[in-house]
Design a protein around this ligand. Structure first.
Ligand SMILES: [Cu+2]
Length: 65
């Protein structure tokens, strides 16, 4: 569970709860959120066949020192 503050992509800024982003090839978006717990979290593309083709990743959330 995360608390999303905003997503910014190009000249558009979207505020509020966001569960999913879809980016076209080469697109860049900034997702600003406050993590609620530490750990390593998996990301995956939900389009059929994409995760199997390698559209996966991780986000690592570490405690502030
Ligand atoms: Cu994909």
């Amino acid at each position: 569970m995360i608390w999303t503050q905003k997503v910014q992509a190009g000249k558009v800024e979207v505020k509020g709860a966001i569960h999913e982003l879809e980016l076209k090839p080469g697109a860049i978006a900034e997702w600003v959120f406050i993590p609620q717990k530490t750990g390593i979290f998996e990301l995956h593309c939900s389009i059929t066949g994409h995760a199997e083709a390698g559209m996966v990743g991780t986000i690592s959330v570490a405690a502030a020192n």
